[in-house]
Design a protein around this ligand. Sequence first.
Ligand code: HSE
Length: 399
Amino acid sequence: MKIAIMGFGVVGSGVGEVVTKNQEMLVKKCGEPIEIAHILDLRDFPDSELKCFTKDFNDILNDDEVGVVVETMGGINPAYDFTKKLLLAGKQVITSNKELVATHGTELLQIARERNLNYLFEASVGGGIPIIRPMYSCLTAGEATDVFGILNGTTNYILTQMFQCGESFESALKAAQQKGYAEADPTADVEGFDTCRKIAILAALAFGKAIDYKKVSTEGITKISAEDVAYADKLGYSIKLIGHCKKLEDGVYAGVFPAFVPKGNPLAGINDVFNGIIVKGDDLGDVMFYGRGAGKLPTANAVVADVVDAIKHQNVNIVIKWDEHKDENQSQGDSLAYAYYVRFSGVAPANVPGCSVVAFSESSENEFAVLTEPKNKKQIDGFVNSLEGCKPISIMRII
Ligand code: HSE
């Protein structure tokens, strides 16, 4: 099988490395050798052992012997246009591009389905963790109720470095970039946009309806302070960037937020670049997935496993299907109740109604934090402004 790689960055070059290094084993797994016939990238790689670089997409599109194309370019354009042209030309496409899957996945999957091809995207969520395939094959017998995930390796690495090693946000981010974890623009990591695209994909798989990730309420990790961490630690919690999706009466809800995670919850112990995803099912109970959420070789492994699957399923579409997005199918989660951590400046009243815990700072007399009972959006908005003489400084959900 001749394959092509589009985009020779961190993941694309990892795919080249894995296919070359594991050639003998891959022959056994898919029954035929895999040959990298073209690598599309605008940059030059004179030192690469691979010598099949091109700057012209048509070299791939017009090569009838290429049956599977790996898209590791990232971004919507030109990845969308190229993917569509390749599928329409009868080539299978494998991607790690979460933005493209979250934006145009419904359409690209349909094109693949109509032509007995496959559009596979295991590497788009959770790096090297097998999560997409279990979602569409192993967890199909019953209804999922919730998915909770630590879905971004960069932010989890930063939070771990900051809070376990006392490193600054900036230097932890720089290290994550050097390790090849971060997006080209790391704003997508630290502001939660990357997690947002990933939870949108998981929501579509879990509940069978595409959601518009641009309408997912999304908050990143940039506002978390050392004081918040001190409170969390004292009260028995970790702080993690969480993607959550759930089917509510008014539609499918998805949200991204930094959360207090009780230390007894398995997600609290997931550190460094690791990701963890808990899928809750009606009959199934909780299932958890864990592994490296970013990085060259873990992510490349997920891509190459999809290449093997595509080779094993030539002319057979592996059904992955969700309904087109409709605004009326997407909930903003206003009715969903979470317990909250709220930190206030001011003097704590003798009695704070609706709160299970009141805690005090060790460094400042003029502030305190509370843990509330579960409240929906309207209730928490009302609560934070209800304490006379006190101003909210930070608010986080508790999962
Ligand atoms: N920037 C992403 C992360 C890469 O840190 O998780 C993997 O999707």
